[in-house]
Design a protein around this ligand. Structure first.
Ligand code: SAH
Ligand code: SF4
Ligand code: F3S
Length: 462
């Protein structure tokens, strides 16, 4: 039977699924898992929405006009749905769906399914209900509650390989309630998966060819899951167990909160060579006044001391961070304190944002909102400093030998691309057969966002 012959059975007929993913790495993971959930219904991923039988828009609510962006994309997708004679199933998932599900259905009634991040294990049932609704005209399906059951207990195994570097969500939700942030509302309370389910998923990823795993959580270092012996492990202990998995070459975790960086995790950086010496550790601000207003519950010196401890444990460690400029109440002096922290710590890479008022968060209604022009000015000054630090970090790599895990073909013929331990993209001339291998490369040039080098051939033939 050829694949097209299978079209006679509606349960298994081959259908095309296109998933659009916005937002954080956890959304990337969720998009993959939504594809897994739909695979048994015959849905096969496709790269374009044109001609797709189902399109899922997986959204992010973290900053600015998130909803406006969703509605403009939905307008585009509506035209494709109309072109399909209304046959295309249109679903909105992720954090905007969670926060503004009802508004989506009011403003975009052609959407068939709205689902929050905690309900996507129920997608098959939602698709069936949406199909019945389309025939009987009963309206759309909305699932944005936080269900009692754990979605991870109801997800099928991965249906498609995730590539050389894979994400694995181990913790979800957030109980920290930073003044500015929507995540505790869109993702719910902190929840940790058990070590047994995490290790089993990691083994499957490795069996399918993944060589690097990044364990994910909104507060990944707050993970405290049930251990195989029934006790409770923290992230440091989990990473030790993962480091023993045969076939795995590299480990990372993201995103961490400075407050949850315990001794066991710092020791894991000291003891596990495969735990990559690159840590994304958001600090948000260098001003203690602003950090207090943000409810971060640490000071800028706490952060400096933490970085010192990490660098003592792992001297080649490089850091990345997130910054917000213009949080309500931030003065020029506060902003200067952020610039000083950046100069003191030195970042290999960083993300920085203008504070954005998010509905329902404490900071949105706080006094002392900073004018937009002032936020712009501060962001530009901060980004110039961060860009300069990144350029210096990359320039210092030229002439050194770096280990590179090759992930895929490069842009030019004969080229392959991979990632250094610091996540820098690295281009070399080399055979595609090296994809999936971690090999030494002599770095020859630093470009703004990547490096290029040559494979160290002696090692290859050794
Ligand atoms: N859990 C992570 C970050 C999650 S959100 C942590 O605690 O660090 C990713 C980043 O988006 C945050 O680190 C923050 O810098 C930024 N961000 C979140 N809410 C924002 C807002 N209202 N305005 C601007 N940036 C924001
Ligand atoms: Fe948001 Fe703060 Fe939780 Fe991070 S720790 S997800 S910034 S509330
Ligand atoms: Fe965005 Fe939700 Fe992630 S708001 S950053 S997609 S947790």
């Amino acid at each position: 039977m050829t694949p097209t012959d299978r079209g006679t059975n509606p349960q298994t007929a081959r259908k095309r699924l296109h998933v659009i993913t916005w937002g954080c790495q956890m959304n990337v993971y969720d998009s993959g898992r939504m594809s897994d959930v739909l695979a048994p219904l015959g849905y096969v991923p496709t790269d374009t929405p044109e001609g797709a039988d189902m399109v899922i828009l997986n959204t992010c609510h973290i900053r600015d006009k998130a909803a406006e962006k969703v509605f403009s994309e939905l307008g585009r997708l509506r035209r494709l749905k109309d072109a399909s004679g209304g046959h295309m199933i249109l679903a909105v998932a992720g954090c905007v769906a969670q926060a503004e599900g009802k508004e989506i259905l009011t403003r975009a009634p052609y959407v068939d399914i709205v689902l929050g991040p905690q309900t996507y294990h129920r997608l098959p049932e939602m698709v069936a209900r949406a199909a019945r609704a389309a025939n009987g005209g009963q309206g759309a399906v909305i699932e944005t509650d936080f269900p009692a059951e754990d979605k991870f207990d109801h997800l099928p195994e991965q249906s498609a390989p995730r590539g050389v570097n894979a994400f694995l969500t181990i913790q979800e939700g957030c109980d920290k309630f930073c003044s500015f942030c929507v995540v505790p509302y869109t993702r719910g309370a902190e929840q940790s998966r058990s070590a047994v389910t995490i290790l089993a998923e990691a083994r499957r990823l490795i069996a399918q060819g993944s060589r690097e795993i990044t364990v994910l959580g909104q507060n990944v270092n707050a993970w405290h899951g049930e251990a195989p012996d029934g006790s409770t492990w923290g992230l440091g202990r989990l990473l030790r167990a993962m480091a023993e998995l045969p076939g795995l070459l590299r480990l990372r975790y993201a995103t961490s909160h400075p407050r949850d960086m315990d001794e066991a995790l710092i020791e894991a950086h000291r003891d596990l060579p495969m735990l990559m010496p690159f840590l994304h550790l958001p600090v948000q601000s260098g001003s203690d006044r602003v950090l207090a207003a943000m409810n971060r519950k640490h000071t800028s010196d706490d952060y400096r001391r933490l970085v010192d401890r990490l660098r003592t444990a792992r001297p080649d460690l490089a850091l990345s961070s997130d910054f917000i400029v213009g949080h309500p109440g931030e003065t020029e002096t506060d902003f200067e304190a952020t610039m000083s922290l950046v100069r003191d710590v030195g970042f290999a890479q960083a993300y920085s944002f203008k504070y954005s008022q998010r509905p329902g968060t404490p900071a949105a209604g706080a006094p002392g909102q900073v004018p937009e022009v002032e936020k712009d000015r501060r962001l530009q000054a901060l980004q110039a400093l961060l860009r300069d630090q990144q350029a210096r970090f990359n320039a210092a790599c030229v002439g050194t030998e770096m280990s590179v895990l090759f992930t895929g073909p490069g842009r030019h013929p004969g080229q392959i691309v991979g990632r250094s331990s610091y996540l820098q993209p690295i281009h070399v001339l080399g055979s595609a057969s090296l994809i999936g291998e971690d090999l030494p490369v002599r770095i020859q040039a630093a470009l703004p966002n990547s490096l290029s080098g040559t494979l160290i051939q002696e090692r290859l033939s050794a």
